[in-house]
Ligand binder design. Structure first.
Ligand SMILES: [Zn+2]
Ligand SMILES: [Zn+2]
Length: 564
């Protein structure tokens, strides 16, 4: 491997606040190293006039697994080259791949890297579909990747919980089952989607609030949340429970979101796509912004982190494990088609195409609510920039979103184009805050790395991985963030001025929590009775993970010791 010096740039690295911004950055063998005066480097790059950031990390983007593929198959129009806003590549380094709201695996990697992103995490992997999810992510070029496995709607979990969950006689079993599921599916964490609600939907419940019992198992979402959050805490998994809360998209759902935070009783958790969970039921259309209430709760609970799930106007496709809510939204499908699916009875899935419109009061207010959340939460380390790709918008809209957050007059211009009642019914116009470059760097790389326990990513201190994006400083932040001058992955130049120049295989992040293997006796019995594959074939081994992931490096992340 080679050595390199990036000279004269401004290094914005919020994870290392004491380091001077104006300094040279030296790289050796894919790592950041201390620059040595007089040292000769294999390559020197003049980065004057540029801002140097760690590579971007998307901690919630649907890039692998069943839902994404169903979305691709459903959105054939998104893959016809004539209709595709992003033309098929003429770059010889890129194999053909297309699509904008449901891009193919290759296009996913290219478009992320062209914006300076170097890692992305799939938030909703089913354990029974983990091989497919890893294979699909392994097919995404350049990006490192990982996934959160879904729990909390599977029969075994709900059965054990109903017989005694947290503080009950089954807690140790539930904790070991959680650990075994992470270990066997090679996940990076656990996501719970509409806790208990996907299962309740199958028992004909059409809503399930935080303290409402599941008709069959007689457990509540509160119990599911507490048990999973507690299990992950005891297992020392760095990324706390990743929560897609109850009542997604429902007017007035802020009450459920606040109850969800309350249910955690001070344990760490990550609330995802909170824009879809911060709605009041006031005002002319019985639909209002509850961004302020949400932000106040986040500000008061430093152990809670969020990602926003910002919406943008135009065509997209929503893909969620939340069958209950996707079924409810299916009447809004545009174009009019949708898919609901389930495998092994352990979770669910709904894919509904959607077109967000500027002249729709509800859509325009959703747009404003997302921005309000970004601007009202005080500590940027608690907020991650996402559109919940593709649910709120394709990830390719990030540069536009960054400009909306950094440029108040641009934001107000956009607001003025929307449904006329929206500005009058939300606080956005009165919010003067403009996010700084440092705050954007926190929300797009430093905070996601910290929330995932990736110690050598999202930062540029000595020893950090040389995942780097070099942006030419410009007052138009959208143009600046759309096309970095240079993008490096593990020290290797992968994109130059928005064009891919190399496509190395990305690595796989996962965690390996310790647990009592005695749980496998119970699991084997359960699989024999209910599973469609032999129990001995369920767990993914390391060699298999490596070959699933296109031969990419395995990047196990450390668990932290739990102080009982
Ligand atoms: Zn979700
Ligand atoms: Zn999502």
């Amino acid at each position: 491997m080679s050595s390199m010096l990036l000279r004269g740039g401004r290094i914005v690295d919020p994870a290392n606040p004491a380091a001077p911004q104006l300094r040279d950055l030296a790289l050796h063998d894919g790592r950041v190293v201390e620059p040595i005066v007089g040292q000769r480097y294999d390559e020197e790059i003049d980065a004057s006039g540029c801002v140097i950031l760690a590579g971007g990390i998307d901690l919630h983007t649907h890039i692998g697994g069943g839902k994404v593929n169903l979305a691709r198959m459903l959105m054939v129009e998104d893959h016809r080259s004539g209709a595709d806003p992003i033309p098929l590549s003429v770059n010889p380094i890129e194999l053909a791949s297309c699509g904008s709201c449901a891009p193919g695996t290759l296009a996913t990697g290219y478009r992320y890297v062209e914006m300076g992103y170097t890692a992305a995490f799939e938030p909703a992997m089913l354990s029974s579909n983990a091989r497919h999810a890893h294979m699909e992510m392994g097919d995404v070029p350049v990006l490192d990747h990982g996934a959160y496995v879904m729990l909390g709607n599977d029969e075994l979990f709900l059965q054990l919980l109903s017989e005694g969950g947290r503080l009950g006689r089954n807690f140790a079993q539930l904790r070991d089952y959680t650990a075994w599921t992470i270990a066997s599916s090679k996940a990076m964490g656990v996501k719970v989607v509409n806790p208990g609600g996907i299962s309740a939907f199958k028992f004909n419940q059409r809503k399930l609030d935080v303290d409402e019992p599941h008709v069959h198992w007689q457990v509540t979402p509160r119990q599911v949340l507490q048990t999973l959050a507690c299990a992950l805490h005891e297992l020392g998994v760095a990324h706390p429970l990743h929560i897609h809360g109850s009542n997604l998209g429902v007017a007035g759902n802020i009450a459920s979101t606040l109850d969800t935070i309350d249910a955690l009783e001070g344990l760490s958790a990550h609330l995802t796509h909170v824009q879809f969970h911060a709605y009041g039921a006031e005002g002319p259309n019985k639909f209002s912004s509850a961004a302020l209430q949400l932000a106040e709760a986040v500000n008061a609970n430093p152990q809670i982190s969020i990602d926003v799930g910002q919406i943008m106007f135009g065509q997209t496709v929503t893909a969620s494990g939340d069958t209950m809510r996707q079924h409810a939204n299916s009447g809004l499908a545009n174009p009019r088609k949708w898919v609901g699916a389930d495998i092994e009875g352990i979770a669910g899935c709904g894919v509904v195409p959607f077109r967000y419109r500027e002249q729709s009061y509800v859509n325009a207010l959703q747009w404003a609510i997302g921005l309000e959340i970004f601007l009202l939460v005080r500590n940027p380390w608690q907020v991650v920039l996402t559109t919940d790709h593709p649910n709120g918008a394709p990830f390719t809209s990030y540069p536009h979103l960054i400009r909306l957050l950094m440029d108040r007059s641009f934001r107000n211009e956009q607001l003025a184009r929307l449904h006329p009642e929206v500005a009058a019914n939300c606080a956005l116009r009165s919010i003067t805050r403009e996010l700084t470059l440092e705050e954007i760097a926190v929300m797009t790389r430093a905070a996601p790395a910290r929330l995932l326990g990736l110690r050598d990513r999202g930062q540029l201190g000595v020893g950090a991985a040389a995942d780097i994006a070099v942006y030419r400083e410009a007052s138009d932040r959208e143009a600046m963030f759309a096309t970095p001058e240079y993008v490096f992955k593990d020290g290797r130049l992968v994109a130059r001025a928005g064009k891919m120049v190399a496509v190395p295989v990305g690595g796989t992040h996962f965690v390996e929590p310790d647990f009592d293997r005695g749980i496998e006796k119970l699991l084997r019995r359960h699989w024999q009775a209910h599973g469609s594959i032999h129990f001995d074939h369920v767990a993914i081994g390391k060699d298999e993970l490596c070959s699933c992931c296109n031969g990419g490096r395995l990047l196990p992340a450390a668990c932290f010791p739990h102080a009982a």
